[in-house]
Design a protein around this ligand. Structure first.
Ligand code: GTP
Ligand code: ZN
Length: 363
């Protein structure tokens, strides 16, 4: 028995390091690289990386590469060579689409096609799950373990980490307490905590749903702007309140409040997407320009919580067929889809139309 952190704990440290701008070391099959998020890298550390001598590469997703007209030889990502004479401003401009329209030509950008991209892919996965812009500066190093030891950096061996990187962390119940609400006096809030140091998620149970019958369920993804501020750009706030009200009227139901803000990209990135939407891009295009998929949510989380609560058959309140499909794939039987159409405004008409057109939402 040792006190050494497990690989899951090391990955949580790596995410925290990346958010702080501290480099991490990745290794795989005898190769190693130091990686740092483009968004949080500072000038001092960039200078430090430069004196290490090897070629600096900026890893971006294929979506960002497409906007930049850079060739993504690795399929899902591109390894853009960082010219020796550029500074932080260049890195930020390639990573962040905010000024794409003002200064459209970042290139010509040279991308690498030789060698393996596995360390770059892992770096991008970690940067994304840290809710930063999906762009990572990567520099090969001869001896990753020595560098990590010398500078006290988190070292992630992909042989051990690969399975964990793409696994949904199990969640365990922490506490639950009674909460009388406008929608129902018989409310109860349950807190679930993942084992990987990630966001907690909540289940709001109304009444005592009979587990032997299909349970009325809503999977609600956090939307600070809609749920709290009453934003007119989306329909989240009205959907949240309507779902609770319907459960209150029927006397039973479970609303999962999943902290997957901005369809899983985090609030800062969602605000970046909103800023791009003000430049004329729709909700899907904005995500792509930032380098994200149009929906980065992991629906295994919702299915896991339902299973933990003893719910296997549901009547799912949604207009999103993907949610229905994902629940089915994760062993939660959707007996019925219950449409949830509220909160249409002139301001969100285009947003809802885009979701119907591009993401298959049912109007
Ligand atoms: N990235 C991004 N996220 C957004 C935008 N507008 C709203 N969101 C997020 O989208 C999510 C909306 O989630 P839901 O309402 O649960 O899901 P849905 O896919 O619309 O499906 P249903 O409402 O169940 O029909 C929330 O996490 C919001 O924060 C946007 O323009 N960009
Ligand atoms: Zn919203």
């Amino acid at each position: 028995m040792s006190l050494r952190p497990t690989i899951v704990e090391q990955l949580a440290r790596a995410r925290a390091d990346l958010r702080l701008g501290v480099p991490i070391v990745l290794s795989h099959m005898g190769r190693a690289a130091v990686a740092v998020a483009a968004e949080t890298l500072d000038a001092g550390r960039l200078a430090q990386l430069r004196v290490m001598g090897e070629e600096l590469v900026l890893a971006v997703t294929q979506w960002r590469a497409e906007t930049l007209k850079a060739r993504a030889y690795d399929g899902d990502l591109a390894r853009i060579v960082v010219p020796p004479d550029v500074g932080l401003g260049w890195l930020r401009a390639v990573a962040d689409p905010a000024d794409d329209l003002k200064t459209p030509m970042k290139g010509p950008l040279i991308t690498r096609r030789d060698g393996s991209a596995d360390l770059h892919r892992a770096a991008l996965t970690l940067v994304k799950s840290a809710h930063l812009l999906p762009a990572a500066v990567v520099l090969p190093v001869a001896d990753g373990a020595a560098l990590a030891g010398r500078d006290g950096l988190t070292l992630i061996a992909l042989e051990a980490a690969e399975a964990e990187l793409f696994r949904a962390a199990p969640l365990h119940p922490v506490v639950s307490a009674r909460l009388p609400m406008q929608a129902s006096a018989a409310g109860r809030v349950h807190i679930f905590r993942p084992d990987d140091g990630g966001e907690e998620h909540y289940a709001i149970e109304i009444g005592r749903p009979d587990r032997a019958q299909p349970v009325l369920v809503r999977l609600h993804s956090a939307c600070f702007t809609g749920d709290v501020l009453g934003s007119l750009k989306c329909d989240c706030g009205p959907q949240l309140r309507a779902a609770l009200a319907q459960m209150g009227t029927q006397g039973a139901g479970i609303l999962l409040y999943l902290n997957q803000e901005g369809r899983g990209i985090g609030l800062a990135n969602k605000m970046r997407a909103y800023s791009l939407q003000d430049q004329g891009f729709d909700t899907v295009e904005a995500n792509h320009r930032l380098g994200f998929e149009d929906d980065e949510r992991d629906f295994r989380i919702g299915a896991g919580i339902l299973r933990e609560m003893g719910v296997g058959r549901i009547r799912l309140m949604t207009n999103n067929p993907r949610k229905v499909r994902m629940m089915g794939q994760m062993g939660i039987e959707v007996v019925q889809r219950v449409p949830l159409k509220v909160g249409q405004t002139p301001e969100n008409a285009a947003y809802l139309a885009t979701k119907a057109e591009k993401s298959g939402h049912l109007l």
